[in-house]
Design a protein around this ligand. Structure first.
Ligand SMILES: Cc1ncc(C[n+]2csc(CCOP(=O)(O)OP(=O)(O)O)c2C)c(N)n1
Ligand SMILES: [Mg+2]
Length: 593
């Protein structure tokens, strides 16, 4: 039987199916931690920082489909959660944050660690945020926080004053002003009406050149997307969060789209006459067809994500798999395969180009080669995470996803610091699978490095050490350096861009993990093989060349001029940049001298 409010909370979370909570302790939340210890029903994962706990909760939701839960103390613990919670919110993940608060008797008194948490969480957890004030209120607050998070795929927050956590739990009385809530939520099957499906099918059947764009919302609809694309003779581009929807072995999958995307995806969008978008909030409208050039159908579970990036003709509210299942019988098999052949041709040419780029020599290591060599060596069910930075380009372009793999990154928020916590949450959820995190050195220094200590603390518990962190050590905040050059026309600003050299592999060794340093292109493949065969988690320090350009698949004339101008203004790395850029892509746009 429950005794304190804390005990009740833990028991109720367990009834909701929560098995693991990520967090960090503090006196504002000790009443709940005591209950976690007494109960033993929920595993507590101790992170190095509350932001990492929130990233882990977000990743837990992404890699399992379950609710992610994170917990922190009052004041600074709660405020540290914010970025990870925003990550979940922007990627539509169900996450519950539980935090402490000062005692009810102190609130409003400018007390130590007293923050107005209701106001602070109001934006990120706007779907449901409440601060409990009485024991008998906690039951419905928790039930509603979980049901809202799961049912609406939102972030919610529950704030518990510390004195309240230790009070005896009371069931709500049968009286005016009390509530009697329950556990459980059955998600609906959401399928558009038949007449709307018929309209959508007519539009798609009338198209001669159909392009499909899939996002995270289509991750559970791989089979249906594939069947539909085959019938329509369509090419399929993938938004970053939808990278695992279809394997890259399919010759008509054009890969990722956007600034980090591929040339065939760009061509697919520019030349199609019909666009079908499924479960994607891909933001960059300039990579979609020009307005009026294509007719469009969109499918999304969230009505507020429909018709937003492209003026769609038909906006269908629906679950991706169920909607496609209902749509498929209405779709005619296209006999004219010329468009499909064209898309496959683009894709083939791109594969050749990509491989050539990856195998070009660089100084010291070509970062594209790091991911290029990883792809064929990954086990079938590997999980790959990426940080934000130039490695996200190589993750998007050079990583070839196969069936059964999962991958993700901080998509909507594009925050640095997510790759290692994501990879930790992935490993807790799927301990039998190999997990690989791709991380920039700036992101390591920001917070991923400390989170390796969490790996050192827990890996033996996972039952195996198949967990790898690959660092792209270029001593530069490279993605932004290139944005300064190409988008702004500014030379690299060394004061803001250069970062110290840190021996990541030695840090790993010092905390009991394995560390490998790779300094030459020709050693990249062997390093991956060694790491993938290791029974201890590995950190690989790849010394990569910052002058390999992570450029968008197309570069506009304006950007080319700006880029050339930036180099002429005295970019400190101009010689290396020109050499690498010429080798990679841009020989036509470089300054002549
Ligand atoms: C929290 C946060 N701060 C700043 C940025 C802006 N930003 C995006 S990529 C990047 C550079 C990342 O550098 P690094 O991790 O070394 O990767 P690289 O691009 O060098 O491969 C920065 C500063 C961000 N996305 N998130
Ligand atoms: Mg870097």
């Amino acid at each position: 039987m429950s005794s304190t409010v804390g005990d009740f909370l833990v028991e109720r979370l367990s009834q909701w199916g929560v098995k693991r909570i990520f967090g960090y302790p503090g006196d504002g939340i000790n009443g709940v931690f005591g209950a976690l210890r007494r109960s033993g029903k929920i595993e507590f994962v101790q992170c190095r920082h509350e932001e990492m706990a929130a990233f882990m909760a977000s990743a837990h939701a992404k890699f399992t489909g379950e609710l992610g839960v994170c917990i922190a103390t009052s004041g600074p613990g709660a405020s540290h959660l914010l970025t990870g919670l925003y990550d979940a919110r922007l990627d539509h993940m169900p996450v519950l944050a539980i935090t402490g608060q000062q005692a009810r008797t102190a609130l409003g008194g400018h007390y130590q660690q007293e923050l107005d948490l209701m106001s602070m969480f109001k934006d990120v957890a706007g779907a449901f945020v409440q601060q409990a004030s009485a024991p008998s209120q906690v039951r419905h607050l928790l039930d509603r926080a979980v049901r809202t998070a799961v049912g609406e795929r939102k972030v919610t927050a529950l704030i518990l004053p510390n004195d309240l956590q230790d009070l005896p739990y009371e069931e709500p009385a049968r009286a005016h002003g009390t509530l009697h809530s329950s556990v459980g939520v059955c998600r609906p099957r959401v399928v558009p009406r038949e007449a709307d499906l018929v309209d959508a099918a007519q539009l798609l059947n009338a198209g001669n050149k159909v392009a499909i764009l899939v996002g995270a919302g289509a991750l559970q609809a791989s089979e249906q997307v594939r069947a539909l694309a085959e019938k329509l003779g369509a090419g399929v581009a993938k938004a970053l969060l939808g990278k695992a929807v279809l394997p890259d072995e399919l010759p008509w999958v054009t890969g990722c789209i956007g600034l980090l995307g591929t040339e065939p995806s760009l061509k697919l969008m520019n030349e199609c006459d019909t666009l079908l978008m499924i479960g994607s909030g891909f933001p960059y409208a300039e990579f979609l067809p020009k307005e009026g050039h294509a007719r469009g159908v969109q499918i999304d579970i969230a009505p507020n994500m429909l018709g937003l990036r492209y003026p769609m003709d038909i906006n269908l509210v629906g679950d991706a798999a169920d909607t496609l299942k209902a749509l498929l019988p209405l779709i005619e098999q296209k006999t004219d395969r010329r468009w499909r052949k064209k898309v496959e041709g683009w894709r083939k040419a791109w594969d050749t180009k990509l491989e050539k780029r990856a195998l070009t020599t660089a100084d010291p290591i070509n970062p594209q080669r790091v991911v290029h060599e990883l792809s064929p060596r990954l086990p079938d069910n590997a999980i790959i995470t990426s940080d934000s930075g130039s490695c996200a380009n190589w993750f998007a372009r050079d990583l070839r996803i196969r069936e059964g793999m999962q991958c993700s990154l901080s998509g909507g928020l594009a925050s640095m610091g997510a790759a290692v916590p994501y990879a930790i949450a992935a490993k807790f959820a799927h301990p039998e699978q190999t997990v690989v995190a791709l991380v920039g050195d700036g992101a390591m220094q920001m917070n991923n490095l400390a989170e390796l200590i969490t790996v050192a603390k827990y890996w033996k518990q996972w039952g195996n050490g198949r967990w790898i962190c690959a660092v792209f050590n270029n001593q530069d905040l490279n993605q932004v350096t290139w944005e300064q050059r190409v988008m702004e026309g500014d030379p690299k600003f060394a004061a803001s861009q250069d970062i110290p050299d840190v021996p990541y592999h030695l840090f790993a060794i010092s905390i009991g993990l394995k560390g490998i340093c790779v300094e030459r292109d020709e050693d990249v493949a062997a390093a991956w093989e060694q790491a993938l065969a290791s029974d201890v988690p590995v950190v690989i320090d790849f010394r990569t060349d910052p002058n390999v350009p992570p450029l968008p698949p197309h570069i506009s004339l304006k950007q080319a001029r700006q880029f050339a101008g930036a180099l002429l203004q005295g970019d400190p790395d101009s010689v290396g940049v020109i050499r690498q850029t010429a080798r990679q892509v841009l020989s036509s746009v470089l300054p002549k001298k």
